[in-house]
Design a protein around this ligand. Structure first.
Ligand code: 5GP
Length: 175
């Protein structure tokens, strides 16, 4: 089994710089947004993204049950860790690693809406539009990618490969 590089470290870095600038421009200079990362996959993206955003901000994480060891969505989602920060009246930016079917994001947004934020935006590093089952509006997309299972830069297969600095695809059987 080998891993093919789909998006290099440099491609990711350059794209995130553009995204960070855009997000601050849209929020305005006076907003102190709350970035909400979805563990564990989005942790790497979130920590790089916030370093490309000027001005004051906070960040927090939520944890949602994931696919387990499968490479396909189970559609089963539940909150394992909720927000620690107060969301009321804040500009919230939800940060995802990848939007696939959209089920996870829909579930998360339905929960967040109960918290009375001032505004919600969604930023994802990767988007697989071909796989969408639920129509969720994503405000910032790093890269549209084909329907392939990707790993690296926070994304795992069976708990492995999250620490790869690039986004890769398996060539051959991952086992
Ligand atoms: P959705 O609920 O949109 O189908 O899936 C979102 C979650 O599924 C992501 O946050 C991620 O954890 C997982 N996921 C979807 N596609 C992939 C993929 O290609 N690779 C990995 N490692 N995880 C994925």
């Amino acid at each position: 089994m080998t891993i093919r590089v789909l998006l290099s470290e440099q491609q990711i870095r350059e794209r995130i710089q553009v995204m960070g600038k855009q997000i601050r421009e849209d929020l305005g200079p006076d907003s102190k947004p709350l970035f909400v990362g979805v563990l564990q996959g989005a942790a790497v993206f979130l920590t790089d993204l916030i370093r490309c955003i000027d001005g004051e901000l906070d960040y927090d994480f939520v944890s949602i049950s994931s696919y387990g060891h499968s490479t396909k969505s189970s559609g089963v989602v539940r909150i394992m860790k909720d927000l620690d920060q107060n969301v009321v009246g804040r500009d919230v930016v939800v940060v995802e690693d990848i939007v696939d079917t959209g089920l996870t994001l829909k579930f998360l947004l339905d929960n967040l809406r109960l918290h009375n934020a001032k505004s919600y935006r969604i930023a994802t590093l990767l988007d697989k539009p071909a796989r969408r089952q639920i129509d969720v509006k994503v405000d910032y997309v790093g890269f549209d990618i084909p329907d392939e299972f990707v790993i690296g830069y926070g994304l795992d297969y069976a708990g492995k490969y999250r620490n790869l600095p690039y986004i890769g695809v398996f060539e051959g059987d991952p086992e």
